[in-house]
Write a protein that binds this ligand. Sequence first.
Ligand code: AMP
Length: 213
Amino acid sequence: MKIVMLGAPGAGKGTQALNIAKEFGIPHISTGDIFRANIKNQTELGMKAKSYMDKGALVPDDITIGMLLDRIAEKDCENGFVLDGFPRTIPQAESLKAALTLQNTAIDHAVDIEVPDEVITTRMGGRRSCPKCGGTYHVVFNAPKKEGICDNCGSELTQRADDKPETVLERLKTYHEQTQPLIDFYNKEGVLDTVDGTQKPDEVLKCILGALK
Ligand code: AMP
């Protein structure tokens, strides 16, 4: 199963992508996580990406597309994958489509998690993530069992630098301008599933699994 997650930053893509990956036994691939790992390891790619990410802008397509296509060419992606945060532009979606078409395959589902902007801005301030295993939480809506500690691996949770209020507004603007058109793109491809992302995380998951099965 090849799945793409759509939705604004903070809509719950990461949380649900991890759930879906577990359910179907396929890798969860987050371009944001790959960039953050590169920043942490101070690679050239990471240094390039950081300047864009800090502003709430998108990393240019020429950097992002090659990186993602290399990742999905790896052996663990043979039976599918969940893409979280890619594609974010029409050229990214076109490149992904072209690469998959060469292998006689295509995206099976594009899951759009819909959440209004006002809800997004309230949510993002409480967002926490695990720097070690990538687990995501929210201090109110999806709290870990022990405050500040990852349920999966026991590491201390952190807040992302780009979850600051001014960057959040910029990321939402970027989303509306560059990423939202993908909803229409995947609708035309006949693979769009729209889910109400204002529900509780387990309800959202139920709706997604219902659409995927
Ligand atoms: P995320 O963790 O998916 O919210 O991504 C964090 C940041 O990484 C975004 O705000 C972008 O700056 C960058 N990024 C992640 N995925 C992409 C992508 N597909 N295209 C361009 N930039 C991306």
